[in-house]
Design a protein. Structure first.
Length: 158
């Protein structure tokens, strides 16, 4: 994807109020992100570990979603990300929920790599997770990840 600026990131959020968008923690090292290897950009708030964010380019423009990271219940041994199908031991996969629009009472959840770095796991740039051996090419696996993400974003914005 194309490199993002702080301004573009903040302007992309579909489920935050204006105040939340101004306050949310956008990484300062945007210029150093591996943009050519990213199909979407996700990060955790280093000072509020229950918050995660992802921003994805869509046909209609950039769509950013703020996520709440559910606390782990402790008995999850290994989880699989529902976007990129990488498995991680322990709490490497998290249940994250996105509020629909700015209404607090309605949200949708997804099991996703806790580091929100799915594109890097699929490309083999990160090896902290385990990838299934499958006959699909990397491009096909990326297409599947993008389509899974698209389905989730459709649910958030529905
Ligand atoms: Zn993933």
């Amino acid at each position: 994807m194309l490199p993002l600026t702080d301004r573009a990131v903040r302007a992309s959020f579909v489920n935050c109020t204006k105040g939340e968008t101004q306050r949310l923690a956008v990484p300062r090292d945007l210029a150093d992100q591996p943009w050519p290897d990213l199909d979407f950009y996700g990060w955790r708030d280093p000072s509020a570990r229950d918050r995660g964010y992802l921003v994805a380019p869509r046909d209609t423009g950039l769509v950013g979603v703020a996520l709440r990271v559910a606390a782990h219940t402790g008995h999850l041994r290994r989880g699989m990300c529902s976007l990129c199908l990488t498995t991680h031991p322990g709490d490497g996969v998290s249940l994250m929920t996105a509020r629909k629009s700015t209404r607090r009472d309605d949200s949708v959840g997804i099991y996703i790599c806790g580091d929100l770095a799915c594109p890097l796991h699929v490309r083999g740039k990160l090896t902290t997770g385990k990838r299934l051996k499958e006959s699909l090419t990397t491009d096909e696996q990326l297409a599947r990840m993008t389509s899974n993400l698209s389905a989730f974003l459709d649910r958030v914005t529905a």
